[in-house]
Design a protein around this ligand. Sequence first.
Ligand code: ATP
Ligand code: MG
Ligand code: FE
Length: 345
Amino acid sequence: PLIIGIESSCDETGIGIVRGRELLANEVASSVDLHVRFGGVVPEVASRAHLSAIIPTLRRAAETADVDLAEVDAVAVTAGPGLMGALLVGISAAKALAAYLDKPLYGVNHLVGHVAVDLLDHGELPMPSTALLVSGGHTSLLHVEDIATDIVEVGSTIDDAAGEAYDKVARLLGLSYPGGPVIDRIAADGDPRAIRFPRGLTARHDLVEHRFDFSFSGLKTAVARWVEQRRLDGLDVPVADVAASFQEAVCDVLTSKAVDAAQHHGTGTILLGGGVAANSRLRTLLEERANAVGIELRRPRPGLCTDNGAMIAAVGSEVVRAGLAPSPMDFGGHSSLPVSTVVVR
Ligand code: ATP
Ligand code: MG
Ligand code: FE
């Protein structure tokens, strides 16, 4: 089926078009430049930017894919989680489009999109699989029995998300927003063993109750204290070493828990998804550790990890393939939609 996917949950207006699992177009307009001076996404600014970008982005996607929108079989749109005002722009556009084309509309989960997007790059997913979802607002381990119908969260962060930790640490190092890509780049020139930062929820007693959970706020505080002490001592802050050591702490915990979850649940595949899945160290360390125990790693190309419309079209394609009923035309946005709800009712 030919599916159009519409994404507007945060600061990217994304329109993707897929035929089955073939990616035909993926146009993204980001309002990130408007948020830089605030050091984070300003919801009202993001909503306005979506409003002006959505139709031009839709037009570009249809041109790139070289399809007539009348040929589309179904429309998929992010119903949540995300910023309410931002979500409503995409949902309203999707409803108008689906009503005009007289085609079914699916309000789908953004987080499932971060996982499903890999199917566009690597095809059918072996089931069951374990997914490591690492984004700006979420960090969880998922047991995926069926990507359209059966996803169970087996662990999640008890405080900050991984991307949030990157952004906060970048900020305290005086680096620009968003911090993830900047730290990734700067860490390449640093020594990951220079400073031993804490690995959250990995102590023996934590593993009893929080085996598959994460915690990054203690790490962020440890980095802040370390940097502060250097400054008090009148010493320069070795930014590359701090970035590399922080990154190593994050990636060490994420990868060891992902492999543990896959082994515990008897899955042969780990699927990586979310904005932080673009991280070069996470990609290589997870590959090393998964392969060492005979687990296959699947990860989308870095360009598909951060928010886009293709990931939403990918979910649409899977739910249509599974024969799920469309969403009712009166569905709304859900700012904290759980990952287990793939399609809203
Ligand atoms: P969510 O998907 O949870 O609703 P979001 O959509 O805002 O949140 P994403 O777009 O999935 O988040 O990811 C953005 C996050 O990814 C930011 O925190 C950003 O710093 C981080 N990120 C992007 N590229 C990298 C990278 N190369 N290394 C580390 N982090 C990165
Ligand atoms: Mg973004
Ligand atoms: Fe996202």
